[in-house]
Ligand binder design. Structure first.
Ligand code: COA
Length: 107
């Protein structure tokens, strides 16, 4: 059975940057540190490959994801608009598909 997964990669165009495309944890196994473990392992791996920062995006309605990424030390990048006080990039993933952009610098 699959409990949790992460999909991420080192950018081909910006080799000092990595991107996390998606993370998911089985609903019955959330809030036990699984996603933190996956993120930590991913960030350690790409840091060793020379990456200096990690980016990811999420939907402004995904409050769990926003809370999770904030707890993981990600910062929200300035947007071109705000939704419920959150900086968003309008139409980032297509027309009408707004996104919150996160970045975390690796030390
Ligand atoms: C977001 C998600 C991956 C978090 O997974 P998780 O294994 O429950 O997260 P963890 O237990 O590792 O939590 C890591 C931190 O985030 C916080 N956190 C996680 N879920 C939270 C929630 N619902 N509300 C508030 N904080 C939350 C934890 O408190 C923890 O903080 P701490 O370690 O500083 O105490 C999971 O809820 C999920 O799969 N959601 C559906 C898919 C999704 O939205 N993915 C993200 C978009 S790409």
């Amino acid at each position: 059975m699959l409990f949790a997964f992460i999909i991420g990669f080192v950018s081909q165009s910006e080799p000092n940057e990595a991107y996390i495309h998606f993370v998911g944890v089985h609903p019955q196994y959330r809030k036990q540190g699984l996603a933190r473990k996956l993120y930590t392992t991913f960030m350690d791996t790409v840091r060793r490959k020379g990456c200096q920062l990690v980016r990811c995006i999420t939907s402004p309605v995904n409050k769990t994801s926003i809370l999770f990424h904030t707890r993981m030390g990600f910062e929200i990048e300035p947007g071109d608009d705000t939704i419920a006080g959150l900086p968003v990039h309008r139409d980032y993933d297509g027309v009408g598909v707004d996104r919150v952009l996160f970045v975390k610098r690796l030390h």
